[in-house]
Design a protein around this ligand. Structure first.
Ligand SMILES: C[S@@+](CC[C@H](N)C(=O)[O-])C[C@H]1O[C@@H](n2cnc3c(N)ncnc32)[C@H](O)[C@@H]1O
Length: 287
């Protein structure tokens, strides 16, 4: 399997030619759930993060098609029946399609509360809990793992959340195409794929220029909160964030645990394997 199979987004219209500069909440008819069929059970996103060589091809080095280096792999697998049902019933209401158009958050959420983006929410349990506990904040969850999208849609319905929407697409492309500069209160990045092998480090999310792209989207005083159980990734992310213009570390080096953050599925895996949890909390400088 190639890690560069096309994104399984059911919502990617592929239409980049619109002149409208805001995105209303779409109730799309052109559901293309085909890619989600056959994805892996409810086991959640694969923890490999590049540990499985067979699943990873090196690309993006100016090859024939000059494909971008992705920070994720789309894994084959199945959705559970409830994830599939949630996905089919709810994605047109709570998923925003990827398009080359700037999002209008006031229109999406119906208010001007601050917006937090979570990149790679996995199965979304922490995402739903944080949104439920902070009704005066808005949340945008980004994930490419279709069963996780189905699972989080179910949580949104069950908890009747009004402050959480999902985009199923590559977060970096979303940031570039849809998110205005200086518009985001916070980024939550919990246990991103660590890509432990040196030849895969280029896939890591927490490195420049990706951290610079994230920083450009934050409002002054906004924050980027990153957590990992992979020590070497934590050290390299610390160095990359320190070197990212416009961001300052709120703490001397690693941050203390933020009490409001629920434990995630991948955090539990790290703890089960006796790995230390490392947290980084960087704040966007005043202009
Ligand atoms: C190791 S899992 C962690 C999931 C969850 N945050 C947790 O702690 O349990 C990393 C997740 O990030 C997602 N991901 C990685 N890069 C992404 C990107 N560029 N856009 C959207 N999702 C991404 C993967 O699909 C995967 O589900």
């Amino acid at each position: 399997m190639s890690d560069e199979s096309d994104n399984a987004s059911c919502l990617d219209s592929g239409d980049s030619a619109s002149s409208d500069d805001s995105v209303p909440i779409h109730r799309r008819k052109d559901d293309a759930t085909g890619d989600s069929a056959g994805q892996d059970g409810d086991a959640g996103p694969d923890e490999g993060g590049g540990q499985d060589d067979a699943a990873v091809t090196d690309e993006g080095g100016g090859g024939f098609f000059n494909r971008p280096v992705r920070t994720y792999v789309i894994r084959a697998g199945r959705m559970t029946e409830s994830e599939r049902r949630n996905y089919e019933e709810l994605h047109q209401v709570w998923c925003i399609p990827f398009e080359h158009r700037t999002l209008n958050f006031a229109e999406i959420f119906g208010n001007t509360n601050p917006v937090t983006i979570e990149v790679g929410f996995g199965m979304g349990q922490a995402t739903a809990q944080i949104a439920a506990e902070h009704p005066d904040m808005n949340y945008l969850g980004i994930e490419v793992h279709v069963p996780g999208v189905g699972r989080l849609l179910g949580e949104i319905k069950k908890r009747q959340l009004k402050n959480l929407f999902i985009i199923e697409h590559d977060a970096l492309e979303i940031l570039e195409a849809m998110i205005p500069d200086g518009s985001i209160e916070a980024f939550h990045i919990f246990f991103p794929d660590p890509w432990p092998k040196k030849k895969h480090h280029k896939r890591r999310l927490m490195q420049r220029p990706r951290t610079e792209l994230l920083a450009s989207k934050l409002i002054a005083g906004g924050y980027l909160y990153f957590v990992t159980d992979w020590e070497e990734y934590a050290q390299s992310a610390l160095a990359e964030l320190e070197a990212t213009e416009g961001l300052s570390n709120k703490y001397a080096d690693f941050a203390p645990h933020q009490d409001w953050r629920p434990r995630t599925k991948f955090e539990q895996k790290g703890l089960d394997a006796d790995r230390e949890i490392r947290e980084l909390f960087f704040v966007k400088d005043e202009a």
